[in-house]
Design a protein around this ligand. Structure first.
Ligand code: SAM
Length: 350
């Protein structure tokens, strides 16, 4: 049969090449291409190769691929071609820019990419491929994998920090939080989200609660203007007492754990909460038919013990612990948000 232009399966072809494009972005970030171009504005191929300590031939192919992906620009300057960052690269890919995604990109390269290279096994076995990819078993992905080495820990924290800085404002401003005076950000990591909450709500103080291994690194990530309304408490949210607050924030926590484990955490939170206390969940919400967004469904393939859920699934989970869904916000950023309120058990709906 005749093959017409409409028959070209563009979406399949771009999926087919997608992994090469991802790895081009990861490699350019890892080799600091965006950083060296940022400090010199524009550089020739040879200058970039020299500064990133790589072959001219390899650098040329990497830079040309990055230009084709819209990550870099190449322009003529007095008979020579020079490379420079696109506006987007300057804003999101340079490692010390305020909205940098660099930490998350390096985490994807170093932690997620190796896991996905074993996806066939992950699907056959239905388990995380951490041991195949990294030669080590892990029971708890945070304590056994991410936090067993300082270098890996900082990279993971950097990844969380970069996403939280990009999404934090939208999450913090998703709802009217004026009834709340004290919040506790459960698993609040570097505090990046907490600072966005205090910036957005002048009457709110936020306690960041996370594992001791994380809290001990907090100074590494402290913003320039510190805020004495943000404080840090170390502990394990499955085992230790949680700080008292009238709003609890769970940002990117619930998707990491099974329903069974979450019942342990949620029943502790439920005990801490008096009627009227808020619980703000921020995640990528799946649509009710579990068809979109694919970001969430692709992330689920890393086969941690958790799962991606829809707003109804989150509500079912939380309603078992006395929290009623009040508002939902699709932010159009990387994370959505839902606000739950603890009901008075005496006024329980029938
Ligand atoms: N909430 C942050 C955000 O949205 O950027 C970080 C999300 S990260 C996916 C999960 C966080 O939960 C990590 O900071 C991790 O250290 C913390 N965490 C994992 N297990 C924990 C536990 N048992 N007790 C306290 N924190 C824990």
């Amino acid at each position: 049969p005749e093959f017409s232009r409409q028959d070209i399966p563009h979406s399949i072809i771009s999926l087919l090449d997608g992994f090469k494009a991802s790895k081009t972005l990861f490699t350019a970030s890892k080799l600091k291409v965006f950083d060296v171009l940022n400090s010199s504005n524009s550089l020739t191929l040879e200058e970039v190769a020299g500064q990133i300590n790589a072959s001219v031939l390899g650098t040329e192919r990497l830079l040309e691929a990055a230009v084709s992906l819209g990550l870099l620009e190449r322009v003529k300057q007095q008979n020579t071609s020079v490379y420079r960052n696109t506006e987007q690269a300057s804003r999101f890919l340079v490692s010390d820019s305020p909205e940098s995604l660099n930490g998350y990109i390096l985490h994807c390269n170093d932690m997620v990419w190796p896991l996905f290279s074993h996806l066939e096994n992950a699907v056959r076995e239905g388990t995380s491929q951490h041991e195949r990819a990294f030669g080590k078993k892990n029971e708890d992905v945070f304590q056994d994998a991410y936090y067993s080495k300082d270098e890996v820990k900082i990279r993971f924290m950097d990844a969380m920090h970069s996403i939280a800085r990009v999404t934090g404002k939208d999450v913090a401003t998703a709802f009217d939080l004026s009834p709340y005076k004290t919040a506790c950000d459960i698993g609040g990591c570097t505090g990046a989200m907490a600072y966005e909450f205090t910036k957005a709500h002048p009457g709110l103080s936020v306690i960041v609660f996370d594992l001791p291994q994380v809290i001990e690194m907090r100074r590494h990530f402290q913003p320039k203007e510190t805020d004495d309304r943000v404080s840090f408490v170390a502990g394990d949210f499955f085992k230790d007492d949680l700080p008292k607050a009238d709003l609890y924030v769970l940002a990117r926590i619930l998707h990491d754990w099974s329903d069974e484990k979450l019942h342990v955490l949620l029943s502790k939170l439920s005990k801490m909460c008096t009627p009227g206390c808020g619980l703000l969940v921020s995640e990528i919400f799946l649509d009710e038919e579990r068809k979109r967004p694919s970001r969430a469904l692709l992330q689920a393939l890393s086969m941690t013990e958790g799962k991606q859920r829809s707003p109804t699934e989150y509500s079912d989970l939380l309603e078992k612990h006395g929290f009623t869904p009040k508002h939902i916000k699709h932010t159009d950023n990387l994370l959505d948000a839902m606000l739950f309120v603890k009901e008075d058990p005496n006024n329980k709906r029938t």
